[in-house]
Unconditional design. Sequence first.
Length: 481
Amino acid sequence: MSAEDFRRFGHEIIDWIANYFERIENLPVLAQIEPGDLKSRLPASAPAKGESMDAILADIDRLIVPALTHWSHPSFFAYFATSTSAPGIFGELLSAAFDVKSMLWRTSPASTELEEVTLDWLRQMLGLEEGMSGFIYDTASVSSMHAIAAAREGVNMRIREEGMSGRKDLPQLRVYASEQAHSSIDKGIITLGLGQRSLRKIPVDGQFRMDAKALADAVEEDKRNGTLPFCVVATVGTTSTSSLDPVPAIAEICEQHKMWLHVDAAYGGSAAIVPEMRHILAGCDQADSLVLNPHKWLFTPFDLSVLYCRHLDMLRRAFALVPEYLCTPEQDKVRSGSDYGVQLGRRFRALKLWMIMRYFGQEGLAARIREHCRLAQVFASWVDKARDWEVTAPVPFALVCFRACPQIEGETGEVRAKRLDALNEAIMHGVNATGRAFLSHTKLNDQLVLRLSIGNIRTTESHVRAVWGLLNDQLHLLHFS
């Protein structure tokens, strides 16, 4: 492509993106298509000859946009609501242009050193200790898997060299996490070859937090039975409810039994940049590793996950492998990304986070997170005051778990439970079908409950009020009509 065409289409695409954000509220949040619709409209094979960029961009509007679920829509309240931001988009654009492969320091000094500086800035914002060094991966799933791999290296049983299969000298290894822990912990255990039987799920209390006493009892029981406990995963901001495990108490148990403590703060951790919310990381000064995702609540384009680790030497021991063709004169004096994970090449992800932190500053980022938490409290107050609705979990961040609970006189417990599950599921699908908002659900105490997550940089109180209206419209349509 000529420089002239690159400029012309570049201007067109930036204009298109600006227009997209201006009109996004007029688009249905959830893609209003059926499975296979987009595939049926696409050619079965690639073109033999190149097509014009005009035609390609026209198909973005004609084909792609109607098949999108718009995560940057201000009424996207499902899962963990996220959104990108303008400086992050610019950072992603520049990263694509540079196209560096950050595997060694010399293959991208800028990527390597900017990552170290940017993550140290973020560490200071969060109030973490200097001993916690940051490293960027793609997602929390991968970050947590690497943390568990480093913890496993710490058992000093030559697992890197000899593996785990067929060994009679290797006891059953054990990782602990709460019943509310993210499924990525299970997948990490599977990927590392530990097997699902190595993960023991600990019960939670009435606020969906890990029961520290139950953890202590489980560890003692496992040790009596010859199992080797080596890692505990605590969560700050669980996926279903955003609950906070009692990290200080868990840290004491880990210290007593010499276990690695990994904290999954993928969602909640970012809130610690708000000065009055820094308490959410209480006890994390004793953690061996901690993950948080700027692509969840720091307005960073997906993907960018940060693992802070107190023992980078253990992480390096688990993964470093330097063939001759990657040897460099400065390798003993610098940090090379390929030494700390399964990937060789890595993208220049730090650039977009660096631009976001500079553009908004800590005060700007904190103000937006603070406002999201305020909006969640406002929504929860509406639910609390409504006769036919109830909040089903505490609201420590910007996620509200709730459900419709209209009464029917004389209804028995089991019949009522099934009716309310069906009603709430129908309400959710009804709201989502309008295209004006998008909600998701979970199950708590065997009850289906709805989740409203606020995390979009463009979400205002008017959007929250609008979805509350939609929810009540659906309730009246389905129950009172």
